[in-house]
Design a protein around this ligand. Structure first.
Ligand code: 5GP
Length: 131
């Protein structure tokens, strides 16, 4: 059965898309740590990030760098935090989330709530800043 992220890639499940190319997709996390919390995934479905082939793995980080640069242009923050967890969704992904201190990258903390309009306009803004 395809992962929930493969269903997002195929369009069976909607997402707030931030950036895409042939191999990678970035979209807003549906349960964000902060405004701008984004997931970057390879389109190939591999559970564990360290099982990706080297080319896809390094490409994922290169794509994430471009996405992080775009998020930073839109969301005021000290920097973009990077995390790999992967305990919930078995499809490799990188979390990018704006941070102002170490506490902002605490995945056990209360997530923020955003409405559809906020998600949609934020995704569009980040996409417009994506080079
Ligand atoms: P992890 O696997 O790294 O522990 O966490 C998976 C992340 O994916 C969580 O932050 C969760 O909020 C996010 N997530 C899970 N299902 C969906 C979904 O259907 N859409 C989006 N946009 N994010 C999801």
């Amino acid at each position: 059965m395809p992962s929930i992220f493969s269903k997002i890639i195929s369009g069976d499940i909607p997402c707030y898309k931030v950036a895409e190319d042939e191999q990678y997709l970035a979209f807003l996390d549906i349960n964000p740590l902060a405004k701008g919390h984004t997931l970057v995934i390879p389109k190939v479905e591999v559970d564990y990030i360290f099982d990706l082939d080297d080319k896809t793995y390094s490409g994922l980080f290169a794509f994430s760098k471009r996405v992080a640069t775009a998020i930073e242009k839109v969301v005021p923050c000290e920097r973009i935090g990077v995390a790999v967890i992967g305990l919930e969704v078995p499809h490799a992904h990188i979390h990018l989330s704006p941070i102002n201190g170490i506490h902002d990258l605490n995945f056990t903390k209360q997530r923020i709530v955003m409405n559809q309009e906020e998600y949609s306009s934020l995704a569009k803004e980040i996409n417009a800043a994506f080079l």
